[in-house]
Design a protein around this ligand. Structure first.
Ligand code: ZN
Length: 343
């Protein structure tokens, strides 16, 4: 098969489009013919290489996969060749206390398809466990549905499960033009929040408003904390949705109201931040971290997708041959929403 493979860590150019052996699938797995795979920041980090994380090379990235069932392992029941499917990105043991209490993303064996160990969807074929195979909503294209799982799952887990968003609260979404940010705007609006989104250009601010943001802040030219206070009559935000890290952290913390909660799932601009503990306890703030979400949550949010409440935000669809170019566009922050690769 053809695949975009990394043989070494580094700049986007290390992604090589080449012939690669077809994935072997066990009797307990399903072989998927990939029709679309969306790019996430996780793919960029894996390509660049992570300190203290051993990734077996060569590796194929890509955890947001949509396609058709090509082959079904002999021990798998209830899945048939030709079915149009979308793949749940997380795998886990299914036996431990976390898995059995619905927190499979806490499992010691939790892995993401295309993540550190399993090969992913930057390829014509990928082998996945049957538990990860979900039917594709009929009215959505492969490209559209591939833009949903990881970003919406992370944003849902952050806002709904962890931060317990309530109607009427003010949510500040940092980088509303990112994949996870554009999901957060839609989820926060669906739950009745007032949404302030930040973006780095007038064009992205306009698009954030089209997605439902009530107010926008240009984080390149405006003071996010000061603007948030102005918009909320000096009150501040109940929830700050972070995924940028170092470049935005101080203003994100300052934008919180008393009792506010900040939740973060990323550090695209750097991870070493500081925190004044006096500010934390005097204002009674809560700071939460987040990594993915459970499969049960993905099934919940897919109902909103099927009902048309959540829409995939796609900037570009590109052929898999251009995987390196696509990574470069995301690194340069030249996109709003997701970039999709098509094998
Ligand atoms: Zn487990």
């Amino acid at each position: 098969m053809k695949a975009a493979v990394i043989h070494q860590h580094g700049a986007p150019e290390v992604l090589k489009y080449e012939d690669f052996p077809d994935p072997a699938y066990s009797p307990n797995e399903v072989l998927i013919k990939v029709r679309a795979c969306s790019i996430n920041h996780l793919d960029l980090w894996i390509r660049q290489g992570l300190r203290n994380v051993n990734i077996t090379l060569p590796h194929i990235c890509g955890c947001d996969i949509a396609g058709e069932v090509a082959e079904v392992g002999s021990a798998v029941k209830g899945i048939e060749r030709g079915q149009q499917v979308v793949i749940s990105p997380g795998t886990s043991c299914g036996r431990c206390e976390y898995c059995l209490s619905g927190n499979d993303n806490f499992c010691k064996q939790y892995e993401i398809i295309g993540g550190y160990e399993r090969n992913g969807g930057y390829a014509e074929y990928v082998a996945v466990p049957p538990q990860n195979v979900l039917m594709k909503p009929g009215k959505m294209s492969f490209e559209e549905i591939s833009a949903i799982p990881l970003t919406f799952l992370a944003a849902w887990h952050m806002l709904v499960t962890r931060a317990r968003i309530r109607t009427g609260e003010t949510v500040l979404v940092i980088a509303g033009g990112s994949g996870v940010g554009s999901a957060a705007i839609q989820i926060a609006k669906t739950f009745g929040a007032n949404v302030i989104a930040t973006a780095g250009s007038q064009d992205k601010m306009k698009k954030a408003k089209e997605l439902g943001a009530d107010y926008t802040i240009n984080h390149a030219t405006q003071d996010t904390a000061e603007e948030t206070r102005r918009i909320t009559n000096r009150r501040g935000a109940d929830i700050v949705f972070e995924n940028v890290g170092k470049a935005t952290w101080d203003k994100s913390v300052q934008a919180l109201t008393h009792g506010g909660r900040l939740i973060t799932c990323g550090a695209t601009s750097g991870s070493d931040v500081s925190l004044d503990l006096r500010y934390l306890y005097r204002r009674q703030l809560t700071i939460m971290g987040n990594y993915m979400g459970s499969k049960g949550e993905l099934l919940q949010l897919m109902k909103f997708v099927e009902a048309g409440k959540f829409k995939p935000v796609i900037d570009k669809v590109m052929p898999l041959q251009k995987a390196a170019e696509a990574h470069k566009l995301i690194e340069d922050r030249a996109v709003f929403g997701k970039v999709i690769l098509k094998p």
